[in-house]
Design a protein around this ligand. Structure first.
Ligand code: ZN
Length: 122
């Protein structure tokens, strides 16, 4: 399995999740398995790509295992999870459930070209 990572810890730029070293941005994921190759390219800037089966499985696994891993953010071009009860999001996005990236909110448009995963600050 290989990953193309675009960002991890950033000393002074962007979200506190990254300045704290709790965030990872992934562009691509490639997997060779039983002689088959699968890939997930986390890019839907042109809104013309569907989420690949591997992208879906990887995203679902990150979220489903959050109680063991400490993951509290998964944001990618097709889906994301709203973990706070913020009124600006809750009409479109139920709290703590992966739901469709509508490309409507800044958090959605900022994540059309990568998958962001973040962990709790404990
Ligand atoms: Zn990020």
């Amino acid at each position: 399995m290989s990953f193309k990572i675009s960002s991890a810890w950033r000393p002074s730029l962007g979200s506190p999740v990254h300045t704290d070293g709790r965030g990872l941005d992934i562009k691509e994921l490639r997997l060779t398995w039983d002689g088959r190759r699968e890939e997930a390219v986390f890019n839907n800037v042109n809104k013309d790509r569907d989420e690949s089966p591997l992208a879906k499985k990887f995203t679902d696994t990150l979220w489903e295992n959050r109680s063991n891993t400490g993951v509290n953010q998964v944001i990618q071009p097709w889906r994301w999870v709203n973990v706070k009860n913020e009124p600006k999001y809750t009409n479109d996005h139920p709290v703590n459930q992966l739901s469709k990236n509508l490309g409507k909110h800044k958090i959605e448009t900022d994540h059309l070209n990568h998958l962001h995963v973040g962990v709790w600050n404990k």
